[in-house]
Write a protein that binds this ligand. Sequence first.
Ligand code: UDP
Ligand code: MG
Length: 315
Amino acid sequence: MKNKTLSLVVPCYNEEANVHAFYEAVVKAFDGKIDSYELVFVNDGSRDNTWAELKKLHAENKNVKILNFSRNFGKEAAMFAGLHKVTGDYVTIIDADLQQRPELVVEMVNFLEENPDYDSVAMFQEDRNEGKVLSFFKKSFYRLINSMCEIDFRSGASDFRTFRRYVVDAVLEMKEYFRFSKGIFSWVGFNTYFMPYTAEERQAGQTSWSFKKLLKYAIEGITAFTTVPLKISAYIGGACSAFSLIYMLVVLIQKLFFGIDIPGYATTIVLILLIGGIQLLALGVMGQYISKIYIEGKNRPIFIVKEYCDKDNED
Ligand code: UDP
Ligand code: MG
């Protein structure tokens, strides 16, 4: 890597016990392999002493840029903010909890050095160290989203990736409030190589992903990248209307020509409930999109910076 710089973007939320160990691991892994690099830590409104730990790192090494959010805005916002501050020719997004080993960054950078045709390397997990149920839901999510979207989502792909400067510029162009990185990286295109890896156990602290949060993230991913659910509700509506029209004709003919009374209490109740349910579902789907338009329409900032320190800035 001659005359080239690497920037690491590291989102941190309650990582006081990890950031220093992470920094040391990076220094060790890059020693003699990558000589010019900077670290951009984004403190995403941690409730612990992460910011104080980051300030220590910055005091130790001026190539450590640190950015403090005014509150917790989420990992997506933290990654986006970090990308605004990078100056490297290569940029890597990596977690602070050492689940993603810095040695792998060297591998990704080497790959890009040796393969000028590729613009980006994304790490993906072949086998996950997690429960069967969660794994099943994650796989189903990818199957669902891939069947609905034109762009391709790779199952198991993480935010752990390295890419060239112009990919950063493309991602920074995507200023939407509801950010879904996996989709954003597919959407901007470029030639991406998927490299398999195995995530380590978390060094310290806790994962901030509950099942509920994951589900919300999945729905956000789908609504951010496809309007197929709207089409599906329209199709269901169309099918129901067609069916009821035919059924109406049948009932009318039976009544008018054959004088048959249809004993219909149960049928009526079931149909009312069914149609009512479908209508509410369709409204709910529409509501998801409208609420996104509502928030997006306010044009609020994706993150708010409280403090930022780098070589030339000490505030
Ligand atoms: N993170 C963040 N903001 C959040 C949640 C997480 O910046 O609101 C960071 C976190 O500090 C870590 C990375 O995102 O560096 C991945 O988070 P975590 O380890 O909780 O997720 P997992 O590895 O379980 O997918
Ligand atoms: Mg983690």
